[in-house]
Design a protein around this ligand. Structure first.
Ligand SMILES: [Zn+2]
Length: 231
């Protein structure tokens, strides 16, 4: 099988179907503010890719699904960026019995580099920032998303700016600082931190990770749900 090249063709508005180029750092539709979906070349994916080719991959991480992600290559190899995903799945007999659920599977996402599944979205967002030449990434967060972005940015040599509500858990703020993120405590709630992070992103050209806003964050979470093996 020939090597699968990137199949990311751009963005499409979920409301008005407007399309945007893949090399634009864009979040929502310029016409109506609608959320954007990532577009792939599904015809060539169907032609060039098979489940077997993914099962055969030696990459024990999220990046084994690279042909199905809007990212050109594995960035920052040999760092925690490459260690995201591929977390184990358990089906504890005692818990199945207690709950009376025969088909019960628990995926241990705490095995990710910063200890949460948010690493998946953050790794893909940081990869996109690298591919579009943006050096600073930003998000609003009360905890895990900020830690994940700060951790992935540190691994990839990028700067991260995190807007966090002042009442965010101190342990989470400490984790941000360990990853050398610039932490801006907001006198307000998460929504206000969210608005500030977007304003800063627009003003300074920082790449914004915010969930529900950046279409790449959803792509990062995509290869996660399966009972047929690790993802
Ligand atoms: Zn639109």
């Amino acid at each position: 099988m020939k090597e699968v090249e990137i199949k990311f063709h751009g963005y499409k508005c979920s409301l008005c179907d407007a399309e945007y180029q893949p090399n634009e750092a864009i979040y929502t539709c310029r016409h109506d503010g609608g959320n954007l979906d990532i577009i792939y070349d599904y015809d060539s994916l169907q032609r060039d890719l098979s489940p077997e080719s993914i099962f055969r991959s030696k990459e024990n991480s999220l990046w084994r699904y690279l042909p199905l992600l809007p990212v050109k290559e594995i960035h920052a190899p040999g760092t925690p960026m490459q260690a995201v995903g591929w977390t184990p799945v358990f089906s504890p007999p005692e818990l199945r019995r207690q709950l009376g659920v025969e088909d019960l599977w628990i995926k241990d996402e705490s095995r990710n580099p910063t200890a949460s599944f948010k690493d998946r979205a953050s790794a893909v967002v940081v990869a996109q920032a690298l591919e579009t030449g943006v050096e600073i990434v930003v998000t609003a967060s009360t905890g895990n998303a900020g830690a994940a972005l700060a951790g992935m940015a540190a691994a990839a040599g990028q700067k991260a700016v995190i807007f966090a509500p002042r009442n965010a858990p101190p342990a989470k703020i400490a984790q941000l600082l360990i990853y050398e993120a610039q932490v801006l405590l907001v006198d307000g709630n998460y929504d206000q931190a969210f608005d500030l992070s977007i304003a800063a992103s627009n003003e300074f050209g920082w790449y914004c990770r915010n969930t529900g806003y950046n279409p790449f964050s959803l792509e990062g979470k995509k290869p996660r749900h399966t009972r047929f093996g690790r993802m």
